[in-house]
Each structure stands twice: as C-alpha cells, then as structure tokens.
Ligand binder design. Sequence first.
Ligand SMILES: C[S@@+](CC[C@H](N)C(=O)[O-])C[C@H]1O[C@@H](n2cnc3c(N)ncnc32)[C@H](O)[C@@H]1O
Ligand code: SF4
Length: 354
Amino acid sequence: MHDEPDIRAVAMLPDRGLVRDRLGRPMRDLRISVMDRCNFRCPYCMPRETFHERYRFLKSSERLSFDEIVRTARVAVGLGVDKIRLTGGEPLLRAGLAELVAEISTIEGVDDIALTTNGVLLASHAAELKGNGLHRVTVSLDSLDESVFERMNGGFGGLHQVLDGIEAALEAGLRPVKVNAVVKRGVNDHTVLPLLARFRGTPVIVRLIEFMDVGNRNAWRPDEVVSSAELLGSIRARWPVRALPGRIRGEVAERYAYEDGAGEIGFISSVTAPFCGDCSRARLSSEGVFYTCLFAGQGTDLRSPLRAGAADDELLAIIRRAWTGRDDRYSELRDPKDAAAQPLRKIEMHYIGG
Ligand SMILES: C[S@@+](CC[C@H](N)C(=O)[O-])C[C@H]1O[C@@H](n2cnc3c(N)ncnc32)[C@H](O)[C@@H]1O
Ligand code: SF4
C-alpha cells in the first residue's frame, strides 16, 4: 500500500510541466472510465450479441480503486491536464462515484470536472455530485420516441428516468447540461428534429454525433453514418442557424446557434470532419491502462506500477513517455472503406470511455 501522496510532492517533481506529443499537442483532458459495465446495450457500443450474460467484465479488484484513480489524475495534472471527465461503461454504476468527485475536486490544478452518463441513474445523484464538485454533465439520449430510444439502447426502457435525470441536473445547477445523440441512418435520424425541438429554449445543448467506428464489435458501416452536413441541411430547413466561432483549441464540437436565440446545437463529426489536429485528450481505462487515442489498439499499463509501489515521479515518467511518443491521428487517416472492413484491433468504447 502507498502512503497518501502529497499534492505538493507532485508539484515539486522535476519533470513537471506541460508535455507535448510528437505533433506538438499538449495533454489537457483526462477521460477516466470508472466502470466497464453498463445498464444499456447500445448496439453501436456494447452490442448484446457480444456483451451477453456470460461476458467477462472486470472484477472489482481488477478495476482501479478510487485512490489509484486520484493518484493517477494528480500525476497527470502535473503534466498539464486541467480537465477531468468521468465516463464508462456507465459511471453511475460505480458505487460512491460522488466521493470520487469530491476527491478529484481537491486536486490543485483541476479546473473542470465533467461526467458522461446515460442518465438513467442521474436523478438521484445529481445534487450530491454537484455538491461534491462536479461542474457539468453530458447525458446520452438518442431519441425521445420510446421505441426508437429502446432500439438505440439495446431494448431497455428508461426514457423517463433519463429525462428526469436531465431535469435534476439542471435543478442542481450543473452547467452546461449537454445531451449527446448518436445518429444512425434508418434508426433514429427521423427523430432528430423533435429531439432538438424539445430542448430549444432551455439551457440544454444538444450535440449530434456521427456514428463512429470505435472498437471492432459494433458492425460499423459507412452508409449508416448520417453526416453532420446532411443533418445541418435538414435543421436549416426548419430553423435558421448560424455557425459560432470555436472557443478553445481541441474543442470537439462545431457549434451553431439558432438565429432566434433559442440556444445552440453541436455537431461531432469524427467521421466526416476529423479533429485530431488539436486532440489533447488522454484516456484511462477502468483497469488502469493509459491510452492516447479513442481508436488505439494498445495502451500503457499503469495499474502494475501503481500496485507495485511506484513513486509519483516514476508514474509521471511513464505517462510523460506515453504522451511524448504519441502521434495518433486515426480519424484523419481513416479511409471509411477500410474502417468498415475493420482491419485494426481497437479498444472497445465501453472499456476506454467516450
Ligand atoms: C461510451 S459512452 C459512456 C458513458 C455513458 N454510458 C453514456 O452513454 O453516456 C460515452 C459516449 O460515447 C458515445 N458512443 C458510444 N459508441 C459510439 C459510437 N459508435 N459512435 C459515436 N458515439 C458513440 C455514446 O453515445 C456516449 O455519448
Ligand atoms: S453508449 Fe453508454 S449507455 Fe450505451 S452501451 Fe455504451 S456505455 Fe452503455
């Protein structure tokens, strides 16, 4: 077991400071998958045929403990990370998640703590999460039509719990609250406008995500992707919108505002307009593997050194080496035809986190 490392000890490490990868990109965001399990089986992420009752998920001893997560986060902050997102699998299935938020919020240098959730369990946790230091939340919600919602999540109910979760997040003061909708042709594309209509004039920002070829098990096909350009065309036919300038480097969504002031919409176009050039996102899987790309095939094991008693400066050196050696730009290099044939072994989304 380690003694609890002192924040100041990390601050004083000699190699501390902003690291840059081989393409000059800094490491600013750390996305932490706290749970590989999920209470949904969205076919684009965890299709039932693969993630069935006998699927072997991690044992709890195989997942990083909260202490190990906080320690890794603190070391990553020493290399430039200032934004932490908790994700999964479904992060709210991890018992005591609010305690983890409280611990992360004590790390000096963390400016932003966010959560991505499917929202089913959010209503009862939103206030405590906010009280413990969570800043914002992204809720995945692919359709307001119950049968389409169920088709997109692998056959589960829960639409009303998700909507209650969004309400609870707003009431708790989490800002911004975003809704992520993956759009698949022929499945939920006809329900995009009603989804936007529901949140127009509210503080909720809807972001439309192109169906991506993450992992190797979601039977991705380019003809099922609805491009952001196509969606923008149908949205424009209904409401006038104008493009907004990007705010920060590394921003994943292109933003548009309704001309009538009813809010904004985001588009995440990883397939048709890749944004690797500014990518500052590192990822930590639930079992403690550090990845430098969502589409990575392999990562760097941090759990072994964490459990073997590595000191902070050793962990820092391992993360620094992984980031400085990075030249990933999968989305920019992807040829949709090859991606459909799925030649690469890529890590699954539920395991690495979105
Ligand atoms: C992997 S989930 C984890 C967090 C939580 N379970 C949720 O659904 O919000 C994170 C995000 O990844 C998105 N996602 C998963 N698979 C995807 C795919 N193949 N293409 C695009 N987005 C995907 C989900 O819609 C979700 O917004
Ligand atoms: S997208 Fe989220 S809710 Fe859907 S299966 Fe993946 S982890 Fe679960």
